[in-house]
Design a protein around this ligand. Structure first.
Ligand code: GLV
Ligand code: GLV
Length: 355
């Protein structure tokens, strides 16, 4: 292989490996046992010559790593994730390294986990499972694990991009929920879908669903029965859900987060959950991963899973393939041959090597 490509982790499937080795790349996959590599570990992996790196969202890609990659002749860094809050894109630009992410292939899988957590929280499935396994079930009772009916309730979506819109469609179409969403951009396709679906229900003699685009986030918090967070994490969305905003939500609301942990002030959330036993959350992400804030794990009204929203076989293999394509595309200057309406291979396509 003419080009040296490093992957900081083994990734699912073999297609990404074949793509690289069949295209003049010598691939090195780090098999280090510890889960999270340090900056020093990654600098050692980059070494003296490295054309591109495929890395993970647990790694802090800033000045140090991009300067090391640039010194080694690197042209591309591919983050195996759609979120790139772990990447300092300005630093990448400064060192002439293109940055890729893996959108598109994880949209439905991630939305499906948000929907799973929504249902699990609404119907208290995890609590009920623990109850069964503890041998506590001694007969059917009218009051046993009574939860919420979604039909006719309002689902609130904060951040109606690819994933937020897919989730909204699932909840509206699957469970006949009304929709309220907040986004800086109008979710035109989502609006069209819900409008058409409402007309279909009406024509079938059923109660049509309703939708509205909220003019503020607080409007969503106040009106929705179930709220799912799908913004990108940046300075403007850090602690978007804080103590004051939690207080604005309905006492029996359900909050789902499959975006990034720091979007919620987790300490404030733990307090809120303690004081509002009917308020429930489903969390895939945490402020300080892999840790949870004190108290969270003891709360019955919280469902917690370890950042697995994109974890379907199809999606993880797709993310790995896309990550390899991103690196390859940059090194070999291939034209982009995959569907460019569905994926955005580079975040900073115009980045130029320093003069
Ligand atoms: C996972 O969290 C991702 O951003 O892809
Ligand atoms: C409950 O099991 C019912 O049959 O209503």
């Amino acid at each position: 292989g003419k080009y040296r490509v490093v992957s900081t982790k083994p990734m699912p499937g073999t297609r990404w490996i074949n793509l690289l080795i069949q295209n003049d790349c010598r691939l090195e996959i780090c098999t280090e046992k510890k889960t999270i590599l340090s900056i020093e570990d990654i600098i050692a992996l980059i070494g003296d010559k490295c054309d591109g790196v495929i890395g993970q969202l647990t790694e802090d890609w800033g000045e140090e790593l991009f300067s090391a990659l640039s010194r080694a002749g690197g042209k591309a860094f591919s983050n195996m994730a759609v979120g790139y809050n772990n990447v300092d894109v300005d630093a990448a630009n400064k060192y002439g390294v293109a940055v890729g992410n893996t959108p598109g292939v994880l949209t439905e899988t991630t939305a499906e986990l948000a929907a799973s957590l929504s249902l699990a929280a609404a119907r208290r499935i995890v609590e009920a499972d623990e109850f069964m396994r503890a041998g506590l079930y001694d007969g059917w009772l009218p009051h046993l694990f009574v939860g919420n009916l979604l039909k006719g309730q309002t689902v609130g979506v904060i951040g109606a991009g690819r994933i937020g819109s897919a989730y909204a469609r699932m909840m509206v179409e699957g469970f006949k929920m009304n929709l309220i969403y907040y986004d800086l951009y109008q979710a035109t396709r989502l609006e069209k879908f819900v409008t058409a679906y409402a007309a279909f229900l009406k024509a079938s003699g059923e109660t049509p669903v309703t939708w509205k685009r909220a003019s503020s986030m607080d409007e969503v918090l106040q009106e929705a029965d179930m709220i799912s967070l799908h913004p990108v994490l940046d300075k403007t969305t850090y602690h978007l859900v804080n103590k004051e905003r939690l207080a604005k939500m309905k006492k029996e609301a359900i909050l789902i987060n499959c975006s990034r942990g720091p979007v919620i002030d987790e300490v404030a959330l733990v307090e809120h959950l303690k004081h509002n036993p009917m308020f429930r959350v489903g969390l895939d992400v945490f402020e300080d991963e892999p840790h949870m804030k004190p108290g969270l794990s003891e709360l019955k009204n919280a469902i917690v899973v370890p950042h697995i929203a994109s974890a379907s076989k199809w999606t993880r293999e797709g993310m790995a393939t896309l990550a390899a394509l991103n690196v390859l595309g940059k090194i070999k200057r291939y034209p982009v041959w995959f569907d460019s309406n569905r994926v955005e291979p580079f975040l900073n396509e115009n980045s130029q090597p320093p003069a």
